[in-house]
Design a protein around this ligand. Structure first.
Ligand code: AMP
Ligand code: ZN
Length: 112
């Protein structure tokens, strides 16, 4: 838990979020400013500022498998979706606690 980290505060329920899934390692909640009809963030409960610091292969896999499972539950597995993790300035990262975006529910456009 890092002081002054927004997503640590969401993971520890110190600030509210629209949580759709949680287990012992991850939390998934709706993005506050959705960029697509489905826009969910999956975060680890541990504080890792960027994907450069993600060294736990089991956790990395769990983040991805949680996202694919949620995509299925949300009914976008067949229509399609995108998983995105932004890193640092050029990647457009704004919250420095890693998060996997699940984006779907319509035709997504440019990657950049
Ligand atoms: P990124 O630009 O990849 O760091 O993404 C950060 C994401 O967090 C953006 O899509 C924001 O809309 C989202 N976000 C910021 N604050 C909150 C919040 N309190 N609850 C849910 N999502 C948030
Ligand atoms: Zn954090």
């Amino acid at each position: 838990m890092a002081e002054n980290c927004l997503f640590c505060k969401i993971a520890s329920k110190r600030i509210p979020a629209d949580v759709i899934f949680e287990d012992d390692k991850v939390v998934a909640f709706k993005d506050i400013e959705p960029q697509a009809p489905v826009h969910i963030l999956v975060i680890p409960k541990v504080h890792i500022p960027t994907i450069n610091g993600l060294s736990d292969a089991s956790l990395a896999g769990h983040l991805v498998l949680t996202a694919t499972s949620l995509a299925s539950q949300l009914g976008i597995s067949e229509s399609g979706y995108r998983l995105v993790m932004n890193c640092n300035e050029d990647g457009g990262q704004t919250v420095f606690h890693i998060h996997l975006h699940i984006l779907g529910g319509h035709q997504l456009t440019s990657m950049v």
